[in-house]
Ligand binder design. Sequence first.
Ligand code: F6P
Length: 372
Amino acid sequence: MKRIGVLTGGGDAPGLNAAIKALVVRAERENFAVVGLARGWEGLLEEGKDDNILLDSELVRRWDREGGTALGSSRTNPFAFKQGDKKTDRSAEVVRNMEQLALDALVVMGGEDTLGVGNRLSKTGVPIVGVPKTIDKDLSATDYTIGFDTALHNNTTIIEWCRTPAGSHHWVQVVEVMGRHAGHLAFWSGVAGGADIILIPEIKFDYQKLFELLHQHMERHPHGMKRVARYAVVVVSEGVAASDGGIVTLDGSLDSFGHVKLGGVGKVISDAIRKHTRYDSRHVVPGYAQRGGAPSPVDRCMGFLFGTAAVGAVLQKRWGMMVSAKGVAPACELSLVPIDQAVEKLNLLDVNLYYDAERYNVKRNYFLEPRI
Ligand code: F6P
C-alpha cells in the first residue's frame, strides 16, 4: 500500500484539521495509508520522528470541528536548523526519514516558510504537494489560505467588544492584530468592525496625520452631545511602521526563518496618543487568541476542499504544485499552481483598490461606487 505523509508547519490555523481529515478520508478511498508527521518539519527529524502516527478515518472523524492542528506545529527550518547560535543544514535527514517511513508523497500544509522548505526539497526530486495555510493570507497564487476567515471573525468580534467600554469612557481604543507583512487581517476586520482608522504594513503612517484624523473624528458630534468627546477605534497591524521609525519588535529575536518577532506597536501608538493629544487611550492585543477557537464554516469547507484536492494532486503526481483557490467557498474553483508562484513574493493588500492613504481607512468610493 502506498503512503502519504502530511505535516502542518508555522503558526497554527483553524481549518487545518478539516484539511487533514478530508485528506485522510480521500486517501483511504484511494487505498493510500496516511502518516501524520508531528510538529511540522520536526516530524522528519530525529527530534520528532517517534511522535509520528498513522491516521485513519475513524481517528480523524471529529477533527474538523477543532481549531489548531492535531499534528502539532513548529517553525522548524531543516535547511538552517537552529541550535543556539549555530545553523545546520539537515535537509538530507528529512529525505532519509521519508525513505525510512516509506513515504511515496508528502503533503505540506503551511505558509511562506513551511512551503518554502517544501519547494526547495521538491526541486531536488522529493515528491511534494502544498496546501496554503496562514491567517495572514499573504501567499500569492491563491485567493484563500486556511485560517484567514476564522481569524477575521475573531478579530471583528474583539473590535466590537472593545467598542463598548471605549464608548462609555470616551477613549481611543487601539487594537493590535496580527499580519506580519500584509494588512489583509487588519484591514478587513477593521472594515467589518467599523474601525475609524486602520493602519497596515503596506503604508507607513505619519503620527501628526493620525492625531489630526483622530481630532476630526472625536470632535464630530452628530447627535449634539457636545459635552463629551466621542470615542474612536484604531486597528493596527503588528507589522505597521511610522514614517519616521521602524517596526516594533517583541525583543529583537529572530525565528529559524530569520523573521523578527513582532509585537508592541499597539502600546507604542496608544501611549503616543495619550501623550500628544488630549484624548485618553487604551490598547488591546488579542495575540494568539486570534488564531484560536473552532474553525469557521468557511475554514472547514476550504479545509475539506484543499485536503481532498491534495490527494488528487498526489494521484496525478503533480509534484511541486500547491492547491489553489479562485474565490472562496461556497463559490470556489480549485486548481494547482507551482509552489514557486505562491512563495516567490508575498500577496499584500491591494492598496490602490482598497486603501485611502489620506484617511487611513477604506476608500470611500470602494463601497459607494462598486465597479461593475
Ligand atoms: O504567520 C502567522 C502569524 O500569525 C503572523 O501573523 C504572526 O506574526 C506570527 O504568526 C506570530 O507567531 P510566532 O510568535 O510563532 O512567530
